[in-house]
Design a protein around this ligand. Structure first.
Ligand code: ADP
Ligand code: MG
Length: 326
């Protein structure tokens, strides 16, 4: 199983940022409202994620570390309407095959926390009593220690940190009710407090996208039968170009899509503005109207009615822009 897990790890685990992505998505799937991330040396020495989610029962700890063990799919039909992040059940197994991983967890029903550790080439799992509040902590030490080729592929601590930071920005914009912190080498470097009001969300928007964007962006909140769009769009009066502030989410999941880009640019072009506008937009759509499983990295989607979605976006953006431009 070790080799199979390492091969699978090649797909899931490319660098510290991909480990953090998988672990934090698990925390969010578990309903956490607080997620604390701690890393050392850009994550190559240590990644520790602590959440206050529902936790994992003692009996399920070993299972959670084995391949294709997911608690998130009850039937194959569910694949059509995946709302939770994880559904392949191989992230933990893969990560533990290329690092020294410890999983510590407690649930409301238990009066005691337990921790699981994989050891040796056989990847035997050892379960021991531990102290931990309800929730889960996962510690990943010495990533790729046993796959030197991949270890060499890691960039400088600073570059790996930047990948983590950029990924975190994407997630904090979409999960406003969750408090996220990030510590690097013992120092708190990011603190995104949970945003329960629009004012608080604008603060978070400022942390991620800069003050200018947060203070000047147009607020969009638009609903049309089965589609809902809300978020923030660069004001046409601000003529700066920040191609890096382009976040588009479908049902809470960040995606990149040409159709979306096209709609945003077209809305600006029609005002004779040829900038590449910044935006943070969330589209809510019937999950049956979209395929999210197009690519394992899950940044791509396929809309069943792409023309309809495009035209809806264009209209929603146009009417927001026209209001301010007239
Ligand atoms: P997947 O997320 O695709 O189900 P993973 O390998 O990422 O697969 O996780 C395996 C299982 O371990 C999950 O289905 C879940 O039951 C459990 N799990 C992992 N992380 C957490 C967490 N932070 N809180 C609660 N349960 C978790
Ligand atoms: Mg997962």
């Amino acid at each position: 199983p070790q080799l199979a897990n390492q091969i699978a790890a090649g797909e899931v685990v490319e660098r510290p940022a991909s480990v953090i992505k998988e672990l934090v998505e698990n925390s969010l799937d578990a309903g956490a409202s607080q997620v604390d991330i701690e890393i050392e040396k850009g994550g190559s020495k240590l990644i520790r994620i602590r959440d206050n989610g529902s936790g994992i029962e003692k009996a399920d700890l070993t299972l959670a570390l084995s391949r294709h063990a997911t608690s998130k799919l009850s039937s194959l039909d569910d694949l059509d309407a995946i709302l939770s992040f994880g559904f392949r059940g191989e992230a933990l197994a893969s990560i533990s095959s290329v690092s020294r991983l410890t999983l510590t967890s407690n649930t409301l029903e238990q009066n005691q926390a337990w921790k699981a550790q994989t050891e040796g080439i056989e990847m035997a799992v050892k379960v021991l009593p531990a102290a931990h509040p309800v929730g889960t902590s996962i510690e990943v030490v010495d990533l790729f220690f046993n796959t030197p080729a991949r270890r060499r592929f890691l960039k400088s601590d600073k570059t790996e940190f930047t990948h983590i930071d950029e990924w975190l920005k994407r997630i904090v914009l979409a999960r406003k009710n969750v408090h996220f912190t990030l510590k690097h080498n013992g120092k708190m470097v990011r603190n995104y407090r949970s945003a329960n009001s629009q004012t608080q969300y604008l603060q978070r928007l400022g942390q991620v996208c800069g003050k200018v964007f947060a203070e000047t962006a147009l607020h969009i909140d638009c609903e049309h039968s089965d589609l809902k769009l809300n978020g923030y769009l660069q004001s046409p009066e601000i003529h700066s170009n920040h191609a890096d502030i382009q976040y588009f989410y479908v049902n809470g999941r960040l995606i990149r899509d040409r159709l979306v880009n096209h709609a945003v640019r077209q809305a600006f072009n029609e005002l004779n503005l040829t900038i590449n506008p910044s935006y943070v937009l969330m589209l809510t759509i019937d999950p049956y109207q979209v395929d999210v499983n197009v690519h394992p990295a899950k940044h791509e989607v396929r809309f069943h009615q792409s023309r309809y979605v495009h035209d809806y976006l264009l209209q929603a953006l146009q009417s927001a822009l026209i209001q301010i431009h007239s």
